[in-house]
Design a binder for this molecule. Structure first.
Ligand code: HSE
Length: 440
């Protein structure tokens, strides 16, 4: 049985908007068979035409708010990005009784609680698969496929641009700015690429994943965010020699005291599957108590991979449009923000527990290593490995340390004391280390 078409208004015809328009039109027959009804583009709202989209025969407006108020549009697809106009657009669409599909991670991470509340009151769907990890259906997997599990931790490479930069810098010895420019030209980077390299984009996505995995409200402002701009070639090489690779990870872990929510460069053992995720690819490892370890891998950015997720959401809307709101899958997997697990506060960074890689430059004289070891032991930090390199900078020798797991607070104190030693030159480099042990 073929039902009446679902009419879509696409707002934004840039990289993702253009990809969505093209996938929807190119695969219209298969999509209609899957949805049991056609999904048609009723209107496009865009400031600029996209030469890669054949929009002849489709209504095009320069005013996206016209789409949000158009009585012939059932679903508004928000692909304009950013916070403020996007928020107003989505809220206007909801007020007008429209379902919403968005790829906007910043919008969901920062304004999601408010948007879901408004959508719930109106009885409309808000779907956002494309907001996290481009084309990988990780939201659906976490929200529905892993619904039986108590999630223990998740860790992911969730910014394609950052991974693209780290990969090409390591493999080709190219400069940071050069690779970033390439990622921008390929349409992977955010409008403001500091969102990619400083970890803000990854923190938006991690906030969303953690909310769905652990049943807590969206709390972007509690996420710890550290970018890749201070990762040096020397650290990449030292990590390699120690059997590790440096990846920019978003990590969220359930602990007895609360939830860790952090984005930072991380040493991971080379044999982990995440260590083999290169270029613009993303991957998210999720540990559930029943299923054990699972891994979700694919393109994390780009026009059609992201469109793949947008259109999958449109299919869900088309299937659920006649379902009573109460029976639909909850936005964040757990029904009702009020029922979210209040026993899981987001932990301050000082309370997280992890292992560390430290690199320091020391004056080459007797007793320095002993003083370093004493400071660490006074903070209860156990050393796993210590390497003293050949002197490279005058009298100074690099010392590389790997520690066992400890609280960040103790490491902060140790680093402060190490930096105050007369024998230590300059700041101590600290990179967190995760075993991603499947038993943890
Ligand atoms: N700038 C983002 C990235 C795009 O590089 O991953 C996809 O969200």
């Amino acid at each position: 049985m073929t039902l009446k078409p679902v009419r879509v208004g696409i707002c934004g015809l840039g990289t993702v908007g253009g990809g969505t328009f093209n996938v929807l039109t190119r695969n219209a027959d298969d999509i209609a068979r899957r949805a049991s009804r056609p999904i048609i583009v009723e209107q496009v709202g865009t400031r600029r035409d996209n030469p890669q989209c054949e929009t002849a025969g489709v209504k095009v407006t320069r005013d996206v708010f016209e789409v949000a108020r158009n009585p012939d549009v059932d679903v508004l697809v928000e692909l304009i990005g950013g916070y403020d106009v996007a928020r107003e657009l989505v809220m206007t669409a909801i007020e007008n009784g429209k379902h919403v599909v968005t790829a906007n991670k910043a919008l969901i991470a920062v304004h999601g609680n408010e948007i879901f509340q408004a959508a719930h009151e109106k009885g409309v769907i808000v779907a956002f698969e494309a907001a996290v990890a481009g084309g990988i259906p990780v939201i659906k997997s976490l929200r529905e496929g892993l619904g039986a599990n108590r999630i223990q931790w998740l860790a992911g490479i969730i910014n394609g641009t950052g991974n693209y930069i780290l990969t090409h810098m390591r493999d080709e010895g190219r400069a940071f700015d050069d690779v970033l420019a390439e990622a921008q030209a390929l349409g992977y980077a955010e409008a403001d690429p500091t969102f990619d390299v400083e970890g803000i984009d990854a923190a938006h996505k991690l906030t969303i994943l953690a909310s769905i995995a652990f049943g807590v409200p969206l709390q972007f402002d509690r996420a710890y965010t550290e970018g890749i701009s201070r990762v040096t070639a020397e650290d990449v090489e030292q990590a390699d020699q120690l059997g590790y690779i440096i990846k920019h990870l978003g990590i969220s872990k359930r602990t007895e005291k609360g939830l860790e929510l952090r984005v930072h460069p991380t040493l991971i053992p080379k044999e982990r599957l995440l260590a083999s995720v290169h270029g613009v690819k993303n991957a998210i490892a999720v540990m559930g108590d029943a299923v054990g370890p699972t891994l979700y891998y694919g393109a994390g950015a780009g026009a059609e991979p992201t469109a793949s997720a947008v259109v999958a959401d449109l299919l869900d809307v088309a299937r659920d449009i006649t379902t009573e709101h109460h029976y639909r899958v909850p936005y964040l997997a757990f029904s009702g923000i009020d029922e979210a697990d209040g026993s899981l506060p987001i932990l301050p960074m000082e309370d997280i527990v992890t292992a560390y890689y430290l690199r320091l430059l020391a004056v080459d004289r007797p007793g320095v290593l002993a003083r370093v070891a004493t400071i660490l032991s006074e903070q209860g930090i156990s050393i796993e490995a210590i390497i003293q390199k050949e002197a490279t900078e005058g009298e100074l020798v690099p010392i590389i340390l790997m520690t066992h797991r400890t609280r960040e607070q103790y490491m902060n104190q140790a680093i402060r004391q190490l930096e105050s030693l007369a024998d230590i030159a300059g700041p101590v480099t600290r990179i967190r280390v995760e075993s991603l042990d499947e038993q943890e």
